[in-house]
Design a protein around this ligand. Structure first.
Ligand code: SAM
Length: 360
């Protein structure tokens, strides 16, 4: 198992992303002595071994199910333990292509934070590239170190360092970076330290990720001062639009709804009254009714109940319980509507890009 290489079948010890629901994805290490408890049931890890990644498995009772997904940086981003604000996939994919990060790239990242973008960068640069990532917070550094080892991210070097004060140089290592990503509160303090570690023989790209426009101003000022060119700031506003049909509801529907509520109330009161009568050992109320042929028939509580159910399930109630209508049913009027999906996670930060040309 790895974030970078794909495999088909799950083995003991593998990392699996249990897709429980759209908003709940849980990374687990398969350990046959353990089970995963979810609101949809209990899943024995032993039942995951030998399954193909992507399979659906049933809970112990057979009622609930989950999917077993292969690790990807995108799944890690939406399920990782947050220690900081993180870079989400809409931003990371844009930054990666803007910085022209490819297999073989040599990249600097500071700070590492929760390691969300680190996973994505590590996959993109592949085994031929190298990522130098820096974090000055001791606990975050230790945690990131553990996770990167656990996830087999071997093409990166994590350094415990304040890059603003002490720069990016690493003893015994020629960094020669051709892409830089700074997600720091004060990137302008780190920018002067970059000249010593970039590859002067090729074009180098930089992106600074800042939530406030005041930070952007200071960053741009420093980039100019340090001879970075083609400076531009963008903001990613990622929204997915969903379209569907909404049933057109009229005043008659509202009146029908109110009548339906009154009817249900009457039925409820009637039911309670009959139940009370039965409890008091009284004979259930009987009433006479006439069928279509004019025959008299005694209506008992049981056949009355049956009639009510038939009526309930067949009558259309546009606002609540009742017959289920399939979207677009030609017997009803519909209008096309669109809405944006607010659940998509994206960080509303400004991305300031620039590049430095090779020195001749
Ligand atoms: C917003 S987080 C980075 C999140 C990361 N990009 C991700 O996707 O998970 C910023 C991190 O930078 C670290 N940091 C701040 N100033 C630093 C500095 N001068 N040197 C190194 N790390 C620094 C913080 O400790 C924090 O963990």
């Amino acid at each position: 198992m790895s974030f970078k290489n794909y495999k088909d079948f799950i083995e003991e010890g593998d990392l699996v992303f249990a897709w429980i629901s759209r908003g709940m994805i849980k990374p687990i290490h398969v350990d046959s002595t353990q089970c995963l408890n979810t609101r949809y049931g209990t899943f024995n890890h032993s039942s995951m071994v030998g399954q193909r990644y992507g399979s659906q498995i049933a809970s112990k009772t057979g009622y609930g199910f989950i999917y077993l997904l292969h690790p990807t940086p995108e799944l890690w981003t939406v399920s990782l333990p947050h220690r900081t604000q993180i870079v989400y996939s809409p931003d990371s994919s844009y930054i990666t292509q803007k910085l022209n990060i490819l297999p073989g790239s040599r990249v600097i990242e500071a700070g590492t934070g929760s390691g969300s973008f680190t996973h994505s960068l590590s996959r993109t640069i592949s085994d031929t590239g190298k990522l130098f990532t820096y974090e000055f917070h001791e606990v975050r550094y230790q945690k990131a170190l553990e996770e990167f080892q656990d996830h087999g991210l071997k093409n990166l070097q994590l350094t415990h360092r304040d890059v603003c004060k002490n720069g990016f140089e690493i003893e015994g290592e020629v960094i020669n970076a051709n892409a830089i990503f700074l997600d720091l509160p004060a990137p302008w303090s780190a920018i002067p330290n970059l000249d010593k570690v970039i590859n002067k023989g090729m074009k180098t790209t930089i992106c600074c990720f800042s939530p406030c426009i005041e930070q952007v101003e200071k960053t741009i000022h420093e980039l100019h001062k340090q001879n970075w060119t083609s400076i531009e700031t963008v903001e990613i506003n990622h929204r997915k639009w969903e379209s569907h049909k909404n049933m057109v509801r009229k005043l008659d529907d509202v009146i029908a709804r109110l009548k339906d509520i009154q009817q249900r109330k009457r039925e409820g009161v009637e039911k309670l009254r009959k139940a009370r009568d039965e409890r008091l050992n009284k004979r259930p109320a009987e009433e006479e009714m006439e069928n279509d042929d004019g025959e008299k028939k005694v209506k008992t509580q049981n056949n009355y109940k049956k009639d009510v159910n038939v009526e309930k399930s067949q009558s259309f109630n546009p606002f609540g319980k009742g017959l289920r209508i399939k979207q677009g049913d030609p017997n009803f009027e519909w209008k096309n509507v669109s809405k944006d999906e607010s659940e998509i996670k994206s960080h509303t930060s400004f991305l300031t890009f620039a590049f430095k040309l090779p020195e001749f």
